[in-house]
Design a binder for this molecule. Structure first.
Ligand code: ZN
Length: 256
């Protein structure tokens, strides 16, 4: 979500501009039944009116429909050939025209491009927002408590479930739990009120810290994400497990 927020800010440069052409060369990249023909018919001639972000989903509002953009692991966004500040572009900075999966051309001659070497992202017309939980950055403590209550899923899986909290990916989840001192395998419903408060504080605090540092890959635990690594806090050999279907690193001593 940290990267997506940076892309949302870049997309703000498209606001007020009129779309004269839609570039959609890759049918695989169009999701939820969206077709190139439907995109062209719906968006051509429309003015971009605003941008929003919910979790990892970037929404581009037009005078007509809303476009939903997802970036996966390797997607990037350029407006008029420019992306976010350089430090955020940790995926390949190389630009191969074949990697442009989607684009909008504007009446003033500029354009918006989604560049995605591995095609893990996608574009959808009028994406369904009903299945997304509140955005992790604006999550309130009461929402955390309500969503933890009686849940048996491991904390790590709880954090990754976009229907509960939107915007937390694998690296961010591990960093949050490492900072909060919570075992990723613990049932979400087992947190006492103080622990829930700490989790809430570390969700917002970790996102803000890594945003300032330049991306979700800049966490302290990131350097330790390899076999045989030790906890940056106390030097204990880290535990590597698969939790919630994802590779999870945690400290068996200070994460309880
Ligand atoms: Zn530790």
């Amino acid at each position: 979500m940290i990267e997506v927020e940076a892309y949302r800010q870049v997309t703000d440069r498209a606001v007020g501009r009129t779309v004269t052409a839609v570039v959609a060369p890759d049918a695989w990249y169009l999701k939820g039944g969206t077709t190139a023909g439907a995109l062209r018919a719906a968006v051509t001639g429309q003015r971009v009116t605003g941008t929003r972000r919910i979790g990892k989903l970037l929404l581009v509002d037009t005078g007509g429909p809303t476009l939903g953009l997802r970036f996966g692991m390797t997607g990037r966004l350029l407006v008029d050939g420019q992306g976010p500040i350089e430090k955020l572009e940790y995926s390949s900075g190389r630009h191969d025209p074949a990697w442009v999966r989607f684009g909008l051309r504007f009446a003033d001659g500029g354009d918006l491009q989604m560049v995605d070497p591995r095609r893990l992202g996608g574009v959808q017309l009028e994406p369904d927002l009903g299945h997304l939980g509140p955005d992790a950055l604006t999550l309130r403590l009461t929402q955390v408590r309500d969503r933890l209550r009686a849940r048996r899923v491991p904390l790590k899986a709880w954090l990754l479930d976009q229907a509960r909290v939107a915007g937390i990916g694998n690296l961010l989840a591990d960093e949050i739990l490492w900072r909060a001192g919570l075992d990723p395998a613990r049932p979400a419903g087992s947190l006492d009120p103080e622990e829930a408060k700490g989790l809430h504080r570390h969700i917002g605090g970790t996102i803000r810290l890594l945003t300032n540092r330049g991306g979700s890959h800049t966490g302290d635990l990131q350097v330790a994400r390899r076999r045989g690594a030790t906890c940056p806090r106390d030097g204990t050999p880290l535990q590597r497990r698969t939790i919630g279907g994802r590779t999870t690193y945690s400290c068996p001593v200070h994460q309880r």
